[in-house]
Design a protein around this ligand. Sequence first.
Ligand SMILES: Cc1cc2nc3c(=O)[nH]c(=O)nc-3n(C[C@H](O)[C@H](O)[C@H](O)COP(=O)(O)O)c2cc1C
Length: 201
Amino acid sequence: MPTLLFVNACVRGRDSRTLQLAYQLLDRIREANSNDMAFHIEEIRLSTENMLPLNYERLERRNELLMQGFLEDSMFDYAHAVAQADMIVIAAPYWDMSFPAILKIFFELASVVGITFCYDDNGNPVGLCNSEDMYYVTTSGGYIGEFNLGFEYALALSQLYGIENAHFISAEGLDIEGADVDAIMNEACNKDFDNYSNSSQ
Ligand SMILES: Cc1cc2nc3c(=O)[nH]c(=O)nc-3n(C[C@H](O)[C@H](O)[C@H](O)COP(=O)(O)O)c2cc1C
């Protein structure tokens, strides 16, 4: 059964509007793949994970493990999850022009040479991930406009990982005084999210 990796960076949990939008997308994906290609959804809820950014000690340990080829160490669990997924959905609110810091830690831990990407003989990166599609779901208080830095960063990493298609889904302007939050959310939820069938089948 193909696996959909759901990276949940919605810090406000059940109150999160980003999570609400992401659930709509997951429903659509489920509907579009409700035959024998149904996905097993594996969620990583970042706010309940015990994740630490790399410090000098952890970086040395990681380098040591990589040098010795111990790729099965639990330090590489997130990298394996990203590499093996058949589809990836990331949900993250728009914070300080990008996303919450926990998502950066996740990306740092998932970006491992030899698991999610490697280099060819000319030093060019080569992606090692199975997934062809990455969906990035966000909501924002104002309008994101040209500072779509969270998605652009996720897009750059997707390309490094060899994931061909990156899709952006947002509901914006939710905290502007007088905003009709329900209407904005409904509109975003009802948009025709493109290409949500499992293209790797
Ligand atoms: C720490 C923090 C930083 C934020 N930074 C921005 C920002 O830079 N631009 C913006 O338009 N809204 C910003 N917002 C508002 C959120 O993007 C908005 O409320 C969003 O819908 C929250 O998503 P959630 O309901 O999933 O938590 C910020 C909110 C928080 C709590």
